[in-house]
Design a protein around this ligand. Sequence first.
Ligand code: NAP
Length: 351
Amino acid sequence: MGAIQNTQIVLAERPVGDIDLKKTFRTDKTSLSTELGPNEILVKVLFISLDPAMRGWMRDVRSYIRPVRINEVMRSADVAQVIKSNNSDYKVGELVRATAGWQEYAVLQPSDDLVKIKAFPGVSPSTYLGVLGLTGLTAYFGLYEVGEIVKKGGPNCTVVVSGAAGATGSVAAQIAKHVFGCRVIGIAGSQDKCDYLVNELGLDVGLNYKSKTFFKELSAATPKLIDIFFDNTGGDILDGCLRRIAFQGRIIVCGAISTYNSVEPKGPAYYSALITQRARMEGFIVFDYAKQYAKATEDMSNWIKEGKLKSRETVVQGIENAPVALVKLFNGDNTGKMLVKVADEDSKSRL
Ligand SMILES: NC(=O)c1ccc[n+]([C@@H]2O[C@H](COP(=O)([O-])OP(=O)(O)OC[C@H]3O[C@@H](n4cnc5c(N)ncnc54)[C@H](OP(=O)(O)O)[C@@H]3O)[C@@H](O)[C@H]2O)c1
């Protein structure tokens, strides 16, 4: 019976506050049998997606998904290559997106999470974890389903996006700007990122939330107030945008990264603006729209081809660096999608 050595990173301890690189995770070298059961496939992980939501998956609380268990391989979406197959739908050499976790190899059964990647020329497989992956889909459904952009979008619509230089925010901002023609203000954590938003992604304004004059600049950039706020960060930025929300404005509560490491949650102070402005603030989870992923992916593939959607990746090398890469997300070290590259795609990947 064959076996291969498999490096796995497991959740060793639930962090309280910030992730502790010495305690939160543990690297295990294990042996994985290459004998497959009916319908199973063996995959080699190529890229791991790093997501702020992972911090939530480490908490033992009620959520939209069960917590990662102690000593369980850390959960992640990966792009992987089939290297052995007992399933005629998945051939050796093909690429898939799967929830395979922080490990080099995995044995998988067909499931809703196991999706074949149909890459088109000029698009790297890692794109299926970014613009054409869950973060891109999150931007799309947040704007369409919660932001009502089809109804509200256009040149008279002011859209503000926080976390705008990140994976989700950069896609949301570009759809609002280049598909719906809105006035778009992107918020990010450095001048370099703000320059990227304006000069490369074509947004109207980039605002650095770390600037001492940020709230003044936000007011100046939104003379007609904010019709749609796509919020990835929560915290003080959310409060600042609540103060600028327009009549019947929409706040898309996509994420709240500024609070994910907090021991005690802190709510927004200016929520009464929702009453006075008859505005709506609504959360969502991208998985709710799974039945519409195919149409959204087709739209976004077309926008990439038409030059309306650009993307960047920040790639950290080596599975052993997955924990560090996760911490980097919270420090704002990434522009665009944060990934770990685990292995190269192999044209002769066969066991
Ligand atoms: N609802 C859903 O279904 C769903 C799905 C996917 C993602 N999300 C959420 O969407 C958000 C973005 O996720 P992503 O994967 O695209 O990550 P990302 O934006 O690519 O990376 C996270 C970014 O957050 C910013 N950040 C970190 N700490 C911050 C703080 N204290 N205040 C303000 N900004 C901070 C950093 O950029 P700066 O340099 O600009 O600070 C960092 O680059 C997250 O909140 C995530 O949980 C929601």
